[in-house]
Each structure stands twice: as structure tokens, then as C-alpha cells.
Design a protein around this ligand. Structure first.
Ligand code: HDE
Length: 766
């Protein structure tokens, strides 16, 4: 049974059954069976056909009533079964991660496209025939384990590669820069971000005084503030999210030559975000929105994929940049060093049990393999201490022995003892060098060697001079945004500061933002009741390296050529016309996820007498859980929808959130009822126009005129075959012009949002 079908109000449809069948098929075919899967199998049990025992293996005959002295008690302490059950339960929780507490993981494989032996001797980056098992954990930073998925926050993007030379962990974020330059300030940063200590409010929010107090006192946070106030911190899904190693690392080849490297992940489905009002509403409608999406897509066999990119440059090139590559508040713009995509990670297996896998995985940037090395970035250097220390605290000294953390290659060393040690190592030798065990385990001349780097200078707490430029790349980021994205940064900051009671802190943000953009700071001041800056700040922008970098903008980067994973609500009421089935099939054929939404949880008959099983009832779902809405026609079907406020809201809210809305035939009446601003619905006639599209609303030409942001259409029954072909054609070629309703609808969904509609959408009450 799928996870979604277990949720109250979520019905199991034929579509869902088909999805899980695909997943079972893939599993049966052995897709995704790696050395790690095989290793984990040794520790995995299933309960089918088993009988209850204690942990000591004693068969249990009674588990629902404790042992008492007489029926009316008291309970006897000799009931070992009760005692053990309760004592274990009392210890079920371990400390949650102090940051990144809420996370969700999955297994997968990494495959390399090209051999990088020119730069590194790491087998994971040189052998293109290998399928390296991986485990990924995505996370939010600030919230507790039970917080919501769609809060505004940085996302962790941490990957453990189980290579044949040991575990390599790339513990990154979905943002390529960080707030601070030196790890010693991390506890202060986190204390300011977390709920305030006196009342433990607010949960999973940076929108409060202590956070903005701290960041306005450290100007190096400015670049990261631009990123976190952008839509990057409200991703559409984990499948629409970039990942970055943040720090500069080193690659070292077999000759001992080193190059600097920056790591990037690019989602194959493109980067996409929610809009703020939507993110807030999803927190109530489905707090597990991101984890459910990842889980469901893997169960459906629609495996999330990410390409690994590298920017490789030598030390002389690094020295020529106007910024310091050891400073984690800086990016290396793609215009200076292009990103080379060298491999692909595919997530193809959900965990069997959350706690032993996702909760007990111990990720650590210090886990590297021969051929990869650190740089001297002081933030990275500090992390190298913090992560193992965290794992000792959370999981104990033998955390590497836990199944999820075990490497897939042999492990031999002289570590012994410690709480909950698992390995039993024969012999009396546990030291090195030794002669009694013939020197074993012996040193391996091919083993890890730290790259030798000359070090000169005076022992000091001073920062390098290049770390002092705090604004030029913040400007680069802001100036690379579209107007829409700039407005979102302004709105997000205005929202956050309205939650800050201190006027002094609000003013400091305005002053800080003036170093980025005068207009932004002035508008912010206006919104939050602070004094506008007197004049633009004079900043030497050359420190950024380039003037503009379009790839920093999500809107400018989104490839508008797929609807894979996009959720489309098809609203149905008794008597709906055949356009619903046509659109359902077309969306599914293009890799999207169509769902029927109805008034009641029972089969809905169409105008021809056949029925569909609804996936959701309208009162148990909300438009924010879909990427697009389609309203079919049907003489009797549409009238009841127009009288049900839940359906009217579904359309109005989708409009507000700039989503594609499609309507066929009488379906446009629901759009009319939703009173979409700027949308005029013309009266019914038999025009030959196949569809009308305006601002992402698409309709059959006969019904709509000037409908902003969607598609409304008239769909001939039985036309699916032709439409299917058109859909794939318009998706394959972003410039292809749709000629029919369905392909216009699909193409509009692939654009993700209709940004042009935003000024009108503000007018809608939803
Ligand atoms: Fe972390 N970070 N961090 N961090 N971090 C932790 O490790 C820390 C930083 C990141 O899914 C902790 O096991 C310090 C940057 C991720 O399990 C802790 C500094 C980046 C995760 C810790 C940083 C990250 C963590 C909490 C400043 C992006 C979740 C529990 C120098 C490159 C990993 C734990 C997972 C987790 C320390 C800054 C990413 C406390 C001291 C920069 C994705 O050890």
C-alpha cells in the first residue's frame, strides 16, 4: 500500500495501483541492487509469518495484559516482558541533530560520465564502469524533527558515496555560499537562528529579532541573505533543488598534482520553487510535502536524478580571481570557470525503516577518499572537527559500525571497545607497528596521503585581506535576478522584518541592503517603517569577478521542457465529459501525475456512463498540493462545482499561485465563478478556434478570451493518439508552437509558473 493511500482523506485510485505496480516491477528486475543493498540485507528482517519473542528470543504468549497480583493488581515487577518493552520504549529517542534535525533520505547509485584521472586518483571519479551506491539525506536547517517541510530555510543536500576505497561524504546545501567565514561563529549563528531561548519561539523561522540582530552585525552574511530571501529557500520539491559543496576542495591525481574543485548538483527536472503564500499554506495542508513527493516518486519508479558538476581550476587561476576561493561567502561564477557535468546520481530505493537508516546516517565532510583533499577554508576546517564530535554524541563511538554507515570495502584497524561494539576481531594484537601479527593490518602505500601544501606566516587570528569584500557578490546575485525575483527578495525581507520588534535592527537591515541596491533598500525602508538610505553606497563591484551571472536566477535557468512529477488536479462531478480522460491520459503519458478530485469519495460517472475513482475529495485536499488544475465540461457536471466554495477556491488559489489552469467546454463556468481578475469569459459559441491561451490559462477557443495564465480548451473525444504525439513534440522543442488544447495545456505546465500574471494575482482573495 502506498504511503499516500494510507493518509486520511486520500483514496487509492487505479492510477496509484499502477504506479506501485511499476515500482514492484523495477524491484523485480533488480534495478538499484548495489553492494550496499546486499550488505544492508544482512541486517534487514521482515515480520511476515513470524511469531512474537522478547529481544532475548523467548516466545511471547501474552503481550496485551501485564502480570498482576490478582485481576485488580498491583502489577508485578517480575513481568520481564513488560519491563523490557517499557524500558526500551523509554530510550527510543536519541538526540536530534543540533542543526538539520528534520531530514529525509533515500538510496541510489552514482554513475560517472567521464574519467577525471587527469585531476584525481579517486576511483569514484575515474572509473566510468562503476555504479557507486549512495545514500542522500535532504534536510531543513532550523526546525526540529517534527517541523514542516516547506518553511523558508536553507536545505541540506548531503550525499554519502559508498566507494570501493571507503566512504566519501559530500555534505552540501542547496545554496552555494554560507553566512560566516569562520567556523568559530557557527554556534552563535545557530543560536540566533533557532527559537529564542527564553520562550522557544519561533519554530523553524529566521523571521525573528535574534537572527536579524546577529546577521546585521556581521556584514559577511550579506551575500547569503540575498540567497535565503530568494525563492531558493522554498523549493518546489527535493527533486527541483540544486546542491552545492560550498567550500573549495582539492582533487589530487596519481602524480600528486592538485587542482581546486567546487562541487555542484543539478536536478534533471530543473530548479523550481514554491511561491510564499503557497509554502505557508502547505505547512498546514501537508507538513510532509517534500518527503512525500520524494517517497512517492521513488515508489512510482519515477526516480529522482541529479547531475554532478565540477568547476576545476589550478592555484594560479585561483590567485587571479578578485575574491578568495577559501572564503565560503563567495562563489566562483560559471563565467570564470564553467561547470562540467561529470556524472549522474539516481535515487531508486526508499528506506526500509527511517530510524536505522535516515536517522542513524552519520554524514561528515571529513570522510574523503584518496584523490580528494580539503582546502584551507576556515569554515571547512572547523567542520572537520564538529561532525565526528556530533556523531559521537548522537550515536556513540561505534557509529561507523551501524549498517547504514558501514563502508562496502573491508575495514581493519586497531580501534577497539567502546559502547555497543559489534566487530569481534580475533588475535591478541591491537597496535601498530607489531610483529606478532606479521605487521597486520599493514600500512598500505597506496592509501590516503594528505596533499602537501607549503605553509608560511605568523600564528594569528586575523582573516586574509580578500575576506573583507562583503558586498560585491551580493550585488552580483541581486543584479542577476529577474524583476520578479527581485520583488520576491524585497517581499520576503519585508515579511521577516515585520516579525522583528526592534526598530534598530530593522534600520540596520536597510543600511546593510543599501550596500547591495539602493532601490531595494529604499523600498524595504518604506515597507517596514525605517528611514530610507540617503544615497546609494559606493562599492567596488570588481570583487565579484563578473557583472552578471544569469545562471544564478532560477527563472532564467528553468528548462521549460518537462512536466515529469508535476501534479495535475482534474475536477470531476457526475456527468463530466470525455475531456477529463483525454487530459488524464495526456498528462500521464508526458510523465506528469494526474489526480481526480471529486466532492465525495465514491466512483464518479461520466456523461457516457463509465466511472472514475477519485484520488482525493475536495475537502481533504487543496490547490497548493497541485501544480495545475483542469476543469472538464459536461452539461450537468459543472453547475454543482460552481456552487461548492471548495472547488471555486481550488481554481482561485491556483490562479493566485500562478499555476496553469485549463478548462474545456462548460468547464469554463467554474473559472467564471472564481472571478479571476483580468479574465473575461466569453459566452458559449461554436468557434473553430482550438484553444485560447493567455497568461497560463488555456481554454477551448469558444469560451475564453483574455484569460491570464492558463489554458482553456475544447477537446474532441477520441483524439488522444494525436494529442499524445503533440505533447511530446512541444515538450521536446521549447520553441514548438502548440496547435491543440492539450499540448497547449501541457506546455503551459512545463513553464511551471506564469510570472506575467503576478500583478493580477495579487488582487485575488484566496
Ligand atoms: Fe553543518 N553541521 N556545520 N554545514 N551540516 C551538521 O552534523 C557545522 C555547514 C550540513 O543530513 C551537524 O551530524 C559547523 C555548511 C548538512 O545528517 C554539525 C559548520 C554546510 C548537515 C554541523 C557547519 C553544512 C549538517 C549537526 C560551520 C554546507 C546535515 C549534526 C563551519 C556545505 C547532515 C551533524 C545530515 C549537519 C556543524 C556549516 C551542511 C553540528 C560547525 C557550510 C547538510 O556537526
Amino acid at each position: 500500500m502506498s504511503a499516500e493511500s494510507q493518509q486520511p482523506g486520500v483514496l487509492r485510485s487505479a492510477a496509484n495501483v499502477a504506479l506501485s505496480a511499476t515500482s514492484n516491477l523495477k524491484t523485480a528486475l533488480g534495478v538499484g541492487v548495489t553492494a550496499k543493498d546486499t550488505q544492508l540485507q544482512q541486517y534487514t528482517k521482515t515480520v511476515d509469518g513470524t511469531k512474537l519473542t522478547t529481544e532475548a528470543g523467548v516466545p511471547i504468549a501474552e503481550d496485551n495484559n501485564s502480570l498482576k497480583a490478582g485481576e485488580r493488581g498491583p502489577t508485578l515487577i517480575e513481568d520481564f516482558q513488560f519491563r523490557d518493552k517499557m524500558a526500551h520504549f523509554d530510550r527510543e529517542r536519541i538526540p536530534e541533530r543540533v542543526v538539520h534535525a528534520r531530514g529525509f533520505g533515500a538510496h541510489g547509485v552514482f554513475e560517472l560520465y567521464e574519467n577525471l584521472s587527469q585531476y584525481t586518483r579517486a576511483s569514484v571519479l575515474t572509473d566510468t564502469s562503476k555504479k557507486t551506491p549512495v545514500f542522500v539525506r535532504f534536510s531543513t536547517v532550523a526546525g526540529f524533527r517534527g517541523s514542516a517541510d516547506t518553511v523558508r530555510d536553507v536545505r541540506g543536500f548531503a550525499v554519502k558515496f559508498y566507494t570501493d576505497e571507503g566512504n566519501w561524504d559530500l555534505v552540501g546545501n542547496n545554496i552555494p555560499v554560507f553566512f560566516i567565514q569562520d567556523a568559530v561563529q557557527f554556534p552563535d549563528l545557530v543560536h540566533s537562528l533557532k527559537p529564542e531561548p527564553h520562550n522557544e519561539i519561533p519554530q523553524a523561522q529566521s523571521a525573528h529579532d535574534t537572527f536579524w540582530d546577529f546577521v546585521t552585525l556581521i556584514p559577511e552574511s550579506t551575500h547569503m541573505l540575498m540567497w535565503i530571501m530568494s525563492d531558493r529557500t522554498i523549493p518546489r520539491s527535493f527533486r527541483n533543488m540544486n546542491g552545492f559543496g560550498v567550500h573549495t576542495f582539492r582533487l589530487v591525481n596519481a602524480q600528486g598534482e592538485a587542482h581546486f574543485v567546487k562541487f555542484h548538483w543539478r536536478p534533471v527536472l530543473g530548479t523550481a520553487s514554491l511561491v510564499w503564500d503557497e509554502a505557508v499554506k502547505i505547512q498546514g495542508a501537508d507538513p510532509d510535502y517534500h518527503r512525500r513527493d520524494l517517497w512517492m516518486s521513488i515508489e512510482a519508479g519515477d526516480y529522482p536524478e541529479y547531475e554532478l558538476g565540477v568547476q576545476i581550476f589550478d592555484e594560479a587561476t585561483a590567485a587571479s580571481f578578485p575574491f578568495d576561493v577559501l572564503d565560503s561567502t563567495k562563489i566562483v561564477p560559471e563565467e570564470l570557470v564553467p561547470v562540467r557535468y561529470i556524472g549522474k546520481m539516481t535515487l531508486n530505493k526508499n528506506v526500509d525503516e527511517f530510524f536505522p537508516e535516515t536517522e542513524q546516517i552519520a554524514l561528515h565532510p571529513g570522510n574523503i577518499v584518496p584523490g580528494i583533499d580539503f582546502s584551507e577554508d576556515p569554515l571547512l576546517q572547523g567542520r572537520l572537527f564538529s561532525y565526528t564530535d556530533s556523531q559521537f554524541h548522537r550515536l556513540g563511538p561505534n557509529f561507523q559500525e551501524l549498517p547504514i554507515n558501514r563502508p562496502v570495502c573491508p575495514v581493519f584497524n586497531n580501534l577497539r571497545g567502546g559502547a555497543s561494539r559489534l566487530a569481534i576481531i580475533k588475535g591478541r594484537v591491537s597496535y601498530q607497528p607489531n610483529s606478532l601479527a606479521s605487521g597486520c593490518p599493514a600500512l598500505n602505500p597506496q592509501g590516503y596521503r594528505h596533499h602537501t601544501v607549503p605553509v608560511v606566516g605568523t600564528k594569528t587570528e586575523k582573516k586574509p585581506g580578500g575576506f573583507a569584500d562583503h558586498y560585491s557578490q551580493a550585488r552580483l546575485f541581486y543584479n542577476s535576478m529577474t524583476q520578479t525575483e527581485k520583488e520576491h527578495i524585497l517581499k520576503a525581507t519585508s515579511f521577516e522584518l515585520q516579525k522583528c520588534s526592534s526598530l534598530e535592527i530593522r534600520q540596520r537591515v536597510v543600511d546593510q541592503y543599501n550596500n547591495v541596491d539602493f532601490h531595494l533598500a529604499s523600498q524595504l525602508a518604506e515597507n517596514i517603517g525605517a528611514n530610507p538610505p540617503a544615497a546609494p553606497a559606493q562599492i567596488d563591484e570588481r570583487g565579484a569577478g563578473v557583472k552578471e551571472s544569469p545562471g544564478l536566477s532560477v527563472i532564467r535557468s528553468l528548462p521549460a521542457n518537462t512536466i515529469r512529477g508535476r501534479r495535475v488536479a482534474i475536477v470531476v462531478a457526475p456527468g463530466f465529459d470525455s475531456s477529463a480522460l483525454t487530459v488524464h491520459a495526456a498528462i500521464a503519458s508526458a510523465g506528469g501525475l494526474p489526480f481526480y478530485v471529486a466532492q465525495k469519495a465514491k466512483p464518479v460517472p461520466d456523461s457516457q456512463g463509465s466511472t472514475v475513482v477519485p484520488d482525493f475529495t475536495v475537502s481533504a485536499t487543496r490547490s497548493v498540493l497541485f501544480d495545475a488544475v483542469f476543469v472538464p465540461g459536461g452539461a450537468q457536471a459543472v453547475q454543482p462545482l460552481t456552487e461548492d466554495a471548495d472547488f471555486v477556491l481550488l481554481v482561485a488559489e491556483a490562479f493566485k499561485h500562478l499555476k496553469t489552469i485549463g478548462a474545456a467546454n462548460e468547464g469554463v463556468e467554474l473559472l467564471r465563478r472564481a472571478a479571476l481578475p483580468g479574465v473575461t469569459i466569453a459566452s458559449l459559441n461554436d468557434s473553430a478556434t482550438p484553444f485560447v491561451e493567455s497568461l497560463g490559462v488555456v481554454s477551448t477557443g469558444s469560451f475564453a478570451s483574455a484569460v491570464p495564465g492558463g489554458v482553456v480548451g475544447k477537446v474532441a473525444s477520441g483524439a488522444l493518439g494525436g494529442l499524445e504525439g503533440l505533447v511530446s513534440k512541444v515538450l521536446a522543442d521549447p520553441n514548438a508552437q502548440p496547435t491543440g488544447f492539450v499540448d497547449a495545456f501541457v506546455k503551459s505546465i512545463a513553464k511551471h509558473r506564469c510570472w506575467e500574471r503576478e500583478p493580477l494575482a495579487k488582487k485575488i482573495v484566496a
